[in-house]
Design a protein around this ligand. Sequence first.
Ligand code: ADP
Length: 249
Amino acid sequence: MIDKQEKLIDKKGIRLDGRKADELRPLKLEVGVLPNADGSAYIEHGKNKILVGVFGPREMHPKHLSRPDRMVLRCRYHMAPFSVQERKSPAPSRREVELSKVIREALEPALFLEMYPRTGIDIFVEILQADGGTRCASITAAALALADSGIPMRDLVVACAAGKVDDTVVLDLYDAEDKLGVADVPVAYMPNLNAVTLLQMDGILTHAEFEKAVNMAIDGCKKIYALQKEALKTKYMHIKEETQEEVEE
Ligand code: ADP
């Protein structure tokens, strides 16, 4: 447990987990991990471990929720009871309802919703382990799962937070920095379109600090975007190799 009095950044500018101010946590991205889903992805972002399954576009259930002019995107963000140190109640919390909405709204601009009237897509986000920044990691993984489902997209969406810890603006806060730090600014971004699809702020920053945090988060997003593309390529190169082997046999 980190004491509230303890400094989160040392004199050399190194954070408690050994990172520099503008350094991301280690990332691992994988696509196509759930054969029963139309699209799926798994992300490890620092100690966060998150699984996403995408189902659809398919007929809406219940039908009265369908829209005659567009597809309906539904998202459920759910934390497993064992995902945090103190057992989380399995009942949906206010926070989970909010994050489901925030994640859906960050992804919607990437999709051509009007091309699929009367249908729906369901995105299920399961947080297996949480350590701060799960909304961002969920968006990054959900965009990959959508791409894996084969639905046309304007761009991938990628998300990362920046914030202020002690007196310093830092990238990609983990749980202790989120809780004991000064501010947290999660950003979701479509790099090819240079468009921000989510911008939140928890805490207080000056104008200059806010601008620095947003730019830092966008730079972080661009780095994660390269890993997203790599994860997609890895899956499809693998399929290509398997198909080639079958043809040769
Ligand atoms: P985000 O995960 O997007 O940063 P929050 O800022 O709401 O979202 O949460 C920060 C972190 O707090 C989570 O990533 C998780 O590690 C922790 N947390 C969230 N809900 C709970 C809970 N019910 N019990 C214990 N820790 C929690």
